[in-house]
Write a protein that binds this ligand. Sequence first.
Ligand SMILES: [Zn+2]
Length: 122
Amino acid sequence: MTPTSPTTAEVVCSFCGRSSAVVERIVAGPAVYICNDCVALCAELVADPPPRAGDKLPWRVDTDLATVLDALPRMLLAQNQAADHLARWVGRARELGATWAQVGAALGTTRQSAWERFSGEE
Ligand SMILES: [Zn+2]
């Protein structure tokens, strides 16, 4: 696995952080993406769980500094992807008639906080 910094047009796997440019395929889910390699690894883990949690996981964070620093931009992009997805769901809730109070309650925040974060108004 050779991590690269993704461009903003690419999506990154929410599990391993690799971009769509370096993996064979990425599947989009609700606020997440997963690459073909992580799907295969997850299937292995479900079929034959490792004796200790985290043993085989490529998305562990307790690795060397250079690897962690290299991963940071990809992790930020993954976070931004999830935030964009949440904003689209909030937009859809509003299109369906949800009030800002309902959106805030669903997100565990106030009407005002929901409006400030998602309305696009200032
Ligand atoms: Zn992956």
